[in-house]
Design a protein around this ligand. Structure first.
Ligand SMILES: NC(=O)c1ccc[n+]([C@@H]2O[C@H](COP(=O)([O-])OP(=O)(O)OC[C@H]3O[C@@H](n4cnc5c(N)ncnc54)[C@H](O)[C@@H]3O)[C@@H](O)[C@H]2O)c1
Length: 256
């Protein structure tokens, strides 16, 4: 993989959770092209390794399940010991349990718990260990992954997912305020429907796909690189005065 001309992320080391596929993979590849070293953190070891191999020397793979604090702590310790302490962390790993998540009256407690454990608790654990690392290494930028479903009624059939994303939006603001004076920034990107493996259920159903695209003013689905472009900005020093903010990457969906 070649480095781009801009090198906007030269000198950065970025750990990206859920970077074995989808948006996280696109972010890792783009950050590397912009000059960063990237740590591909995923619970799927094979996927993480294969993304790291495609990127080459600027990448390392670590296995962690973001809902399990011991593995998250071990991943941060491992990379710091190797001289790869991250000054950019993207808490991107998440799940949406299609066919299980539901309206509140029909939602099984185990589905609620699993979604909250991975999406919200997993984001908290990633943030907790990112902050600890950054406090020891001159600060940095943390980027969370929200959703329009956490802002409005967009995810009426996805109670657990929507609540988990609303929690992430609040977590981002709180942590941003807590660490603003010590050089740690926290911002949340809010992507609309972005065609990845997460949303195959929608992408392979022409009616469902047309319905969701009909609610996006730009009239198209997002691509993973629509999200990675905004994340390059938030990872870079160009966004030095931005913290505690939500950045919609949604073709205008949240204007409606
Ligand atoms: N695709 C969309 O339309 C969309 C829209 C809004 C927000 N998002 C959010 O973007 C993020 C990435 O979504 P995506 O579409 O790229 O998903 P994806 O399913 O394509 O990829 C998710 C990756 O996260 C990993 N992962 C899942 N659970 C994990 C865990 N517990 N620990 C570590 N890794 C784990 C998976 O192995 C996979 O590599 C998620 O937080 C999702 O909620 C996606």
């Amino acid at each position: 993989m070649t480095t781009s001309d801009s090198g906007r992320l030269a000198g950065k080391t970025a750990l990206i959770t859920g970077a074995g596929a989808g948006i996280g993979q696109a972010v890792a590849e783009r950050f590397a092209r912009e000059g960063a070293r990237v740590i591909i953190a995923d619970r799927d070891a094979t996927a993480a390794q294969s993304v790291a191999e495609v990127i080459g020397d600027a990448a390392r793979a670590v296995v962690c399940d973001v809902s399990d604090e011991a593995t998250v702590a071990a991943a941060f310790d491992h990379v710091a010991t190797a001289g790869w302490a991250p000054n950019v962390v993207v808490a991107n790993a998440g799940v949406q349990l299609f066919g299980q998540d539901a309206k509140a009256a029909d939602l099984d407690l185990n589905v609620w718990r699993r979604t909250i454990d991975i999406n919200l608790t997993g984001t908290f654990l990633t943030v907790k260990h990112a902050v600890r690392t950054m406090l020891e290494h001159d600060g940095g930028s943390i980027i969370l992954t929200g959703s329009p479903t956490g802002l409005n009624g967009e995810g009426a059939d996805f109670t657990a997912y929507s609540a988990s994303k609303a929690g992430i939006h609040g977590l981002g603001r709180t942590v941003a305020a807590a660490y603003a004076r010590v050089g740690i920034r926290v911002n949340t990107v809010v992507p609309a429907y972005t065609e990845t493996g997460l949303v195959t259920t929608i992408t392979t159903d022409p009616e469902a796909r047309a319905a969701i695209i009909g609610r996006i003013p730009m009239g198209r689905a997002g691509a993973p690189d629509d999200v990675s472009g905004v994340m390059v900005f938030l990872a870079s020093d160009d966004s030095a005065f931005a913290t505690g903010a939500l950045f919609a990457v949604d073709g205008g969906m949240t204007t409606l």
